[in-house]
Design a protein around this ligand. Structure first.
Ligand SMILES: Cc1cc2nc3c(=O)[nH]c(=O)nc-3n(C[C@H](O)[C@H](O)[C@H](O)COP(=O)(O)OP(=O)(O)OC[C@H]3O[C@@H](n4cnc5c(N)ncnc54)[C@H](O)[C@@H]3O)c2cc1C
Length: 527
């Protein structure tokens, strides 16, 4: 069988098929394998995992599915319905995820690609919801880093690649799948471009696509999202190739307007790939740090988890005639920079002495405002039409005064900052004096102050061809397209609009990757 894409989903599919005896070939468009998985923190969300059960804690199925369904499609969720209000096929997808996720972890462990490390201390992203009967302990990670450089994602990819090579799976890099080969109504192979040469790969078993999302296909991003979402930290080779490839064989598309979202440091996102890798913001450290809009007002709970935080950029304003929050501004004081500045992935606050032209610094808020507005002007179209309102600096000063009062009182009546478990988990170091709410501390009365421009971004998109619970691609007639499977961010995610918890994306990728690999391998015996 053939696997297209060398990330978490693709390698898991390849290893699952190989373990049950199929011969497998893996095609990867990039010069190296890994895709967006290479950048991941590799939290893996695994409901009903045996670490929980071993600790004497149950993670019963019905409430877990209710939690997932409520967040996936809040507007149709119905706790009394047998499918929680979801269409039956969507309910089956989350049910299968609950049933099968641990088997994917077991597979990767057996194949030497993962040594699971349980994190009982990590809360789900909506741990406070009544449906979340098991709010802690569903996250699994690879064993902590074995070396100081690199990163968890890189180590995970190396382990996946090592396991694949160890069991004899050939890996073709710089090999881009272009189209499917069909015979008698069944997908039997892939035509690809390998280093400029056209090649055909044929499969007796099936073909599994695991080619990531479409973050770097600007046209598809514009067509899919009505709101201003154009940037992201996904692997640059994730250009949504599977959307057009699968459409040509009649696949049904879904969730095209959904993404795993995170704010992005705009100017970092516009730089070449290497610098861009740290552009995604997944945890804003710092207690004297706020996010304001072009008016100088706070518009969001700054500690909200990244996918929720990103929603703030999309507010439509009919008087403004557009999306005034398409660009927002992270403002923080020097104490925050000194305390929280580090190079950790996901935290935008860098050490004070870091060379970072995208961070603007000034002694007063009015000087900072002037610098920000000049930068917006210089950015041209990348500023998405946003310029600072004339009274931005005055409003910002009032906003900071009000924030300081909230910090002293330990409560944020406007945005409820710091009230959720996950916000406190992601908040970073804190100072004495704000024991009532460790996520807030009054700003220092004198500068320097610092700022950067934020834009909405993706970790990657999660819309594409629909799958059924067997990871088979569903055609426009509602039937599976014979021979074609998919998993990970290249297919319509079973999570719908939800980001249930850290690790939900890799959790789904490996669960459906394994199912796709087994399905494709089982076809090899059919003829
Ligand atoms: C900074 C950051 C941190 C993250 N942390 C986490 C985390 O801790 N936990 C978590 O669950 N998720 C995390 N994510 C998200 C997670 O990394 C991805 O959702 C996941 O790795 C996607 O896996 P995938 O296999 O679907 O795709 P990818 O890993 O993107 O792999 C797809 C591969 O397909 C290849 N490809 C594309 N088109 C073709 C083609 N035509 N032919 C051949 N190959 C092709 C690509 O080059 C790529 O290598 C994070 C993301 C980022 C950016």
């Amino acid at each position: 069988m053939i696997v297209v894409g060398g990330g978490a989903a693709g390698f898991t599919a390849a290893l699952a098929a190989r373990e049950c005896g199929a011969s497998v070939v893996l095609l990867e468009k990039g010069e190296q394998v890994g895709g967006t998985t290479r950048k991941a923190g590799v939290w893996i969300w695994v409901p009903n995992n045996p670490f929980l059960r071993g600790g004497g804690v149950e993670d019963p199925k019905r409430p877990a599915l209710q939690y997932m369904a409520r967040l996936a499609r809040p507007h149709v969720y119905d706790p009394a319905s047998p499918t929680c209000g979801l269409p039956l096929e969507e309910y089956r997808l989350i049910e299968t995820f609950y049933d099968e996720a641990w088997h994917a972890v077991e597979l990767l462990t057996r194949m030497g690609a993962l040594q699971p490390h349980h994190r009982p201390d990590i809360p789900d992203y909506y741990a406070e919801l009544p449906e979340d009967e098991r709010p802690y302990g569903r996250v699994i990670m690879p064993q902590p880093r074995s070396r100081p450089t690199g990163g968890t994602g890189l180590e995970f990819v190396e382990a996946l690649e090592g396991a694949a090579r160890a069991c004899g799976i050939p890996i073709h890099t710089s090999c881009r799948a272009l189209k499917l080969i069909e015979e008698d109504g069944r997908v039997v192979g892939v035509a690809a471009d390998e280093r400029g040469r056209e090649r055909t790969f044929r499969a007796r078993g099936g073909v599994v696509f695991a080619s990531g999302g479409f973050t770097h296909n600007r046209e598809l991003m514009l067509q899919s999202f009505a709101f201003p979402l154009l940037h992201g930290a996904a692997a640059p080779s994730n250009e949504g190739d599977f959307v057009s490839i699968a459409s040509r064989v009649g696949a049904r598309l879904a969730n095209m307007g959904c993404a795993w979202m995170a704010p992005i440091q705009l100017e970092q996102a516009l730089t070449p790939e290497q610098a861009r890798s740290n552009a995604s913001i997944t945890e804003i450290h710092g207690d004297s740090a706020i996010i304001v809009n072009r008016d100088g007002r706070r518009v969001v709970n700054e500690k909200a988890m990244y996918n929720d935080l990103t929603q703030a950029f999309f507010a439509w304003d009919g008087v403004y005639g557009g999306y005034p929050n398409a660009r927002l501004f992270l403002i923080y004081d020097d104490a925050t920079a000194r305390l929280c500045g580090d190079d950790a992935t996901g935290n935008p606050i860098l050490p004070v002495d870091a060379e970072a032209p995208h961070i603007l610094s000034a002694p007063t808020f009015s000087d900072l405002a002037a610098a920000l507005d000049r930068r917006l002007q210089a950015l041209g179209a990348a500023a998405a039409g946003v310029r600072l309102a004339p009274d931005f600096a005055v409003t910002l000063e009032r906003t900071v005064e009000r924030f300081n009062e909230y910090a002293l009182a330990g409560a944020d009546p406007e945005f409820h900052r710091g009230e959720k478990a996950i916000e406190r988990f992601f908040s970073g170091p804190t100072r004495p004096g704000n024991d009532r709410n460790p996520t807030m501390h009054p700003f220092e009365p004198a500068g320097p102050y610092h700022a950067m421009i934020l834009a909405p971004g993706t970790l990657d998109t999660k819309g594409g061809p629909m799958i059924d619970a067997g990871a088979r691609i569903v055609g426009s007639d509602g039937h599976a397209i014979p021979g074609l499977f998919g998993a990970g961010n290249c297919v319509a995610s079973p999570s719908g609009q939800a980001y249930w918890a850290g690790g939900a994306t890799v959790g789904l990728a490996i669960t459906y990757g394994r199912i796709a690999g087994l399905g494709a391998a089982s076809l090899a015996g059919d003829h």
